[in-house]
Design a protein around this ligand. Sequence first.
Ligand code: BGC
Length: 732
Amino acid sequence: MKSITTVAQIILLFVLTPLFFSSCESEATTDTEDVAVVDVEAQIEALISQMTLEEKITMIHASSSFTSGGVERLGIPELVMSDGPHGVRHEHGRDWEKDLNVRDSSTYLPVGTALAATWNPELGYAFGSVLGSEANFRGKDVILGPGLNIIRSPLNGRNFEYLTEDPYLNAQMVVGYIKGVQDQGIAACAKHYVANNLEFEREKVNVEMSDRALHEIYLPGFKAAVQQGNVLTVMAAYNKFRGEYCAHNGFLLDDILKESFGFQGAVISDWNAVKGTMESVNVGMDLEMGTDLSMLGSGKELDYSKFHMGDTLITLVNTGVVDVAVIDEKVRRLLRVMFATNMFDERSPGAYNTKEHQQVARQIADEAIVLLKNDDKVLPLKKADIQTLAVVGANANRKHAGAGGSSQVKAYYEVTALEGLQNLAGESMTVNFSEGYQIKKDGGADAALIAEAVRNVAAADAAIYVGGWIHGYSDEWNDNALDAEATDKPDMNLPFGQDELIQALLKANPNTIIVLMGGGPVDMQAWKADAKGILQAWYPGMEGGNALASILFGLQSPSGKLPMTFPEKLSDSPAHKLAQFPVENLQMDYTDDIYVGYRYFDSYDVAPAFPFGHGLSYTTFSYEDLSIEKTGGLVTVSLKITNTGDMAGAEVVQLYVKDEDSTLKRPEKELKAFQKVLLQPGESKTIQLELKEDAFSYYDDTQNKWILEAGTFTLLAGSSSRDIRLEGQLDW
Ligand code: BGC
């Protein structure tokens, strides 16, 4: 198999450009870096002092669909932005017109949930490096990613773009991604700040939650993006938070992001998230993008000076209603982003659709695919035993890159599951494909297609089913039953009659392997007990088909782990059980509070279909010799892990903390460290995991601060949140 250490080699292939931009709580800078920061700040002030008010205002709103205004006279270029989280988006001209004559296909990386399923922060860095490098090549300055909203309900149409239900895993993956992008001299954009956890009426809905849920669940990813990733831009979300739009929200933008976290970069609005001039200009909203000009009655189409933070502000400043210092601060922050992205220096040329980039896409897919179930060791399949292989399911033959909303990618190529299996089969196996179901609006089970698929499976030596969700918006399929932006799923059921089809296939051959694509869980109750082999493949990117085939046939062992709980049924999910769903009167009260994902399932003793952190391997691992050492504020946990099987494989060792005597209620356990370890058969490694005080603290919203309470804590080390192998205790 490909070793996880090759990530380091891949990373070395990128040209690394150190940044001098730093936030207040970042790692210590050297004297030279300090001088550079001071120098840049001085240059920024010099530029601002030469700018007219009109020029300053030009900079704080869009100048086209994906650029903000520049000031040619002073050599200040436009800031060029591009989606999206898992590939540099195709060109769409300055004003959304289709730009057809450009080279704009790109490396299509696995989606966010797939990246998170690798539990490998080094791959987060490699992922970001590809995006940064291709953004450079395509003349972009800002990549509008990572998307790091917490996965709260399985129904969010955009979950596939995000990472996880867990704030710690979120933070770990996001920091690598951001550094990867920014080390290429491109700005990343942490989005969508904050609590945009459903697409339903996203521009109107108001979210209410406790301070505790905000600080423990929804903010840590953004805090890490700022303080550890030094992210240069943050995107304000569409929704309201505590009655105020996020883009107008002084509490979120000023008090938390800028003052408490120390964010020095620029806040960019989501496209059309700014709704008023005074509301946005007086809070930390720095750059207005995507405003729907037709709503403003500008008369003249696409006159960007008519934006809320456009020319209206000239009069407001001149009449003393708005202080020019407020505008200067926004310009200052945007200039910081420009200096940090080397817009005034010679830029790195970047690279485009290279073999190395494709290799990164492949490696992430290799490590992302999760083996959920493998009864009777039905996997891996053995090539020598198979002359005829049946492949069933429309998703096996479908390319996924080009849809889903703003994250869509015009892929340079995309190897489907069927192509991956055909590549692997070569001449030695006959691969027979049946569609099995049809992707179409309100499409149910199709008896003729099922019968044909059953014949195919019955006549073959082995059978693989590839189904699940799809992306897109079209009349061809259910408008609201997809992994796509601006829409949510109505339920967790497999669309297009797939339950019936899968049941029929399992009857024809009980060893049929079930592979599901999609951004998250589906209800598998109709057939889960009967299926011996089940895999979650997410949307695995341009090399996904090859990765899947190599795992199914045992060329490598799977090592992905679920970054979210898979519930048995939707009503088990805490957002649906403890909070109101569907949303009423555009009000969303997060009464599930801190009990998101496994924090709920474990504390309330609800059995999931597959737990958070779960993922099987073809080999086995033993855990031994847990030791806990506490020196001052640092706890070091070490344990020995051995590959006890006969195949190389990687295990994600997960460390959870349980507070035994807390004043406030705490979840049963919380993930606070993990490490992915690659081991050859028989090999052992002793690993060390470090926990600082924050790993034991909780946010006390009676005192409005994080506190570490004296008492006993249990440390739980295991292979998933429900497969704990070793335990130990310590006192604070
Ligand atoms: C999405 C953002 C995206 C922006 C620009 C919005 O609709 O919510 O994630 O970056 O469009 O395409």
